[in-house]
Design a binder for this molecule. Structure first.
Ligand code: IMP
Length: 428
């Protein structure tokens, strides 16, 4: 039995969707553990491109069952649409997609509050996806959230939402000057979503326990990345869930002692969407080249991503925090045309050299990256499936990353599709 957590080691968008899809044929269950409709996981199969926001990226493999765990936040309106779109493309979901009754609901007032708060923050905004993620997790923590089980019982939904909505509407109207949410319309619409989602809601704890007792292989699908972790990321420019392996265990309801492997996914350079410090960000032609060649535009919001050199300081930090046992490196081919490539090995702050990621975000915002330059390979690595076929300079770049972040690279992804992959050491 292998229970593998797949985590992002940067600011999200590392290519986890493809890696999950690649590993799925070998597992029985894929579990989304945290986050919600803020995620955008892209999977390419032949000519077909799928973008998953809430549904786990393993769903395209017919024999695999997929779970939305208790730690996720479900946007019923968006999920109903995602389900309909997948079904229209011929992907069967019945008895394959299961939603934990314990997952919290992202409701329209969460989205409005998220957007209202961002506008009110102005220059100090987080740059959220506007999907209501922060307000949903805040309600969960203050114990006024609604959960999936409420959705199945319209009277319970109404009883729970009525006092909450009174408070939210007061804030919306009198603080954010936004229109209030109508209670009757909300109850009506969400009763209908509840009916559509009812067949998918299941005691997912039992499904997971049965699978583990049978010795099945399981994947825990992380969303976002370690540097966006609520506790260990670049707070406050983070998401509102724990994106680390420990957060995945908690969100899936699987004890940390059962994890057998943590696969860290990292891109051969760095990107970030939204605001917050980004020491290796490039504002020049190389940054633009990374954006264009890497198609660095948000899968959820369409925003263009900020791009920069690989930052070994922050990735080493992520490797440590997740207990990563091996790495999957993605998008190396984006660097193919560059005559020289750079890796950030330390930061300089007020004349001192920092080898660790500072916990104070204001310090991180002021550090200067210290780079090690390596020769580029100026040769296409796209689609390679054999490690020995990589140009020597590309191999040197890969090995240097492994050395700097202190972890083995088991998988190198050389393109969007499943076949464009080098597996140096199989996981299962
Ligand atoms: P939120 O999760 O919508 O609250 O956004 C908080 C921060 O996390 C913002 O900087 C977002 O751009 C970022 N973020 C959230 N989800 C993703 C993702 O799937 N990929 C990359 N960044 C994300």
């Amino acid at each position: 039995m292998a229970i593998v957590a797949v985590v992002g080691l940067q600011w999200g968008d590392e290519g986890k969707g493809k890696i999950i899809d690649l590993l799925t044929p070998q597992v029985e269950l894929v579990i989304r553990c945290q986050g919600g409709a803020n995620a955008g996981h892209t999977v390419v199969v032949g000519e077909e491109r799928y973008v998953f926001h809430q549904i786990p990226s393993g769903i395209l493999h017919a024999h695999t069952r997929c779970i939305l765990g208790a730690g996720t936040v479900i946007d019923p309106e968006a999920l109903v649409e995602e389900i309909a779109q997948l079904q229209a493309r011929g992907v069967p979901l019945h008895e394959r997609l299961f939603i934990s009754p314990k997952a919290h609901l992202s409701l329209p007032y969460h989205r409005l509050l998220d957007q209202g708060r961002e506008a009110w923050r102005g220059e100090q905004r987080i740059g959220t996806t506007g999907r209501g993620i922060g307000p949903t997790y805040a309600d969960k923590a203050t114990r006024c959230g609604l959960r999936v089980h409420h959705l199945l019982h319209p009277e319970q939904f109404r009883t729970a939402v009525t006092p909450v909505l009174a408070e939210k509407n007061f804030l919306l109207e009198h603080f954010f000057h936004l229109p209030p949410v109508d209670l009757e319309a909300l109850c009506r619409a969400y009763a209908a979503y509840g009916e559509t989602l009812r067949p998918f809601v299941r005691d997912t704890d039992s499904l997971v326990r049965d699978a583990l007792q049978r010795g099945a292989h399981v994947l825990l699908e992380g969303a976002q990345g370690t540097l966006l972790d609520l506790d260990h990321g670049t707070y406050p420019y983070v998401t509102s869930s724990n994106t680390c392996a420990s957060g995945l265990c908690s969100g899936a309801g699987i004890a940390p002692t059962r994890l057998t492997h943590v696969l860290g996914v990292l891109k051969a350079y760095t990107t970030r969407v939204g605001m917050g410090p980004f020491p290796t960000e490039l504002h020049d032609a190389t940054g633009a080249l990374l954006r264009e060649r890497g198609q660095e535009y948000g899968a959820t919001t369409g925003r263009s991503r900020r791009c920069g050199w690989f930052d070994a300081v922050s990735v080493r930090y992520s490797v440590w925090h997740n207990g990563v046992t091996s790495l999957a490196l993605t998008k190396l081919d984006v660097l193919d045309p560059l005559p020289r490539v750079a890796l950030c090995t330390a930061y300089r702050y007020k004349g001192t050299l920092l080898r660790e990621l500072p916990g104070d975000t204001a310090v991180l915002a002021k550090v200067e990256p210290v780079y090690e330059e390596l020769p580029g390979w100026q040769h296409s690595t796209r689609g390679l499936t054999d490690y020995t076929a990589f140009p020597a300079a590309a191999q040197r770049y890969i090995e240097r990353i492994a050395e700097l972040v202190e972890c083995d690279i088991a998988i190198v992804s050389t393109g969007d599709s499943r076949t464009e992959t080098v597996v140096r050491r199989p996981l299962f």
